[in-house]
Design a protein around this ligand. Structure first.
Ligand code: SIN
Length: 276
C-alpha cells in the first residue's frame, strides 16, 4: 500500500490497494492513515454495493442518515442523487455529516456510481490543520466554548431543501433536532485538536447573543475556507473517498446542470466528542 499527500494541507491518496480484497494487516494500516490524514482517496476500485457494505462493516458500525433515500437493495447505503432535470444538489454547501447528532458520525465512505462528463468534484477542508494555524489569541478565545448544530433549517418543514426540486427525495421532516458540541474537540484517534464547527449545521454559540456568535463563526469559517486547508477531488469511475467527519468539511460542486450524478454513501457511527 502506498500513501502520498493529495495536496500540502488536505487529504492523502492511497494506491496499490483494493478495498474489497484487503488483508487485516492492510486494514490496520488504513486505520492509521485515516487517523493521520482524516481524508483518503482511492482510484480504480472494484467496489460494488455489497463490497462497499463489507468494507464499512470491517471498519466500524454503520449509522443510517435520517433524511436521504437509500438504495432499494441496501437500506444502509444512502443515495446522493441528482437527476439531469434537477437544479439543486445534495450537500452543495460546506458541511460535516451528522454534526447535528448528539454522537456525530465518525466517517463517510462515498463511491461514484454515475458521473457527469465534467464537473461534480467534491471539495474538502482539513479542520485539524486549520485549528493549528489559528492565532494564539483566537485559540484562547475558543477555550470552553460550545456551539449549537442543527438540521432544522435544512430538512425541517420550512427547511431550505423543502423549497427545492430535491424535496420529493428527502424524508425525515419529523426527525429534525439540535445538538451542542465543544467548538474545539480532541480527535479520539489522533489526539489532535480540531475546530469542530461547520457552515452547514453550526448555527450559534451556546449562551451567546445570536449576532455575536454568528460573527465569530463567520470569522472561523473564512479562516478554514482558504487554499491552505482545502482541496478538490475529481471523481472518475472506480473512485472512492473516505473522510473523517470529526476533522473535515466537504461540499459537492453543483457545476454540471443538465447531467445526472449518483453517489452511494455509507456513514459510520462515532463516539461522544470531548472538549480539547
Ligand atoms: C455529501 O455531502 O455527502 C455528498 C458529497 C458529494 O456528493 O460529493
Amino acid at each position: 500500500m502506498k500513501i502520498v499527500p493529495f495536496s500540502p494541507g488536505c487529504g492523502a491518496v492511497v494506491s496499490d490497494l483494493q478495498l474489497s480484497r484487503m488483508t487485516d494487516i492492510e486494514l490496520n494500516q488504513l486505520r492509521a492513515a485515516f487517523a493521520e490524514h482524516g481524508l483518503l482517496f482511492f482510484r480504480d476500485q472494484d467496489f460494488p454495493p455489497h463490497e462497499h457494505l463489507r468494507f464499512a462493516n470491517r471498519f466500524g458500525e454503520i449509522v443510517v442518515n435520517k433524511f436521504f433515500k437509500t438504495t432499494a437493495e441496501h437500506p444502509q447505503i444512502a443515495e446522493v442523487r441528482k437527476e439531469k432535470t434537477q437544479q439543486t444538489n445534495i450537500g452543495g454547501g460546506w458541511h460535516t455529516d451528522h454534526s447535528y447528532d448528539d454522537i456525530p458520525a465518525m466517517g463517510s465512505i462515498l463511491v461514484a456510481r454515475t458521473l457527469p462528463e465534467t464537473g461534480g468534484n467534491t471539495q474538502f477542508a482539513n479542520l485539524a490543520a486549520a485549528y493549528d494555524a489559528l492565532p494564539e489569541t483566537m485559540k484562547k478565545r475558543l477555550e470552553g466554548l460550545r456551539a449549537v448544530h442543527s438540521n432544522t433549517h435544512l430538512y425541517g418543514e420550512n427547511g431550505i431543501y423543502r423549497f427545492t426540486d430535491l424535496a420529493d427525495q428527502l424524508g425525515g421532516m419529523d426527525r429534525v433536532g439540535d445538538a451542542t458540541h465543544p467548538v474545539v474537540v480532541i480527535h479520539p484517534e489522533s489526539g489532535r485538536k480540531v475546530l469542530y464547527v461547520n457552515p452547514g449545521h453550526t448555527i450559534s454559540i451556546e449562551g451567546w447573543e445570536f449576532d455575536q456568535g454568528r460573527e465569530l463563526l463567520d470569522e472561523l469559517f473564512a479562516h478554514v475556507n482558504t487554499p491552505a486547508f482545502t482541496c478538490s477531488f475529481n471523481w472518475l469511475p472506480g473512485s472512492v473517498t473516505f473522510w473523517d467527519n470529526r476533522s473535515t468539511w466537504h461540499m459537492a460542486n453543483n457545476d454540471y446542470q443538465g447531467q445526472a450524478r449518483l453517489m452511494h454513501r455509507i456513514t459510520l457511527a462515532g463516539s461522544p466528542l470531548k472538549a480539547a
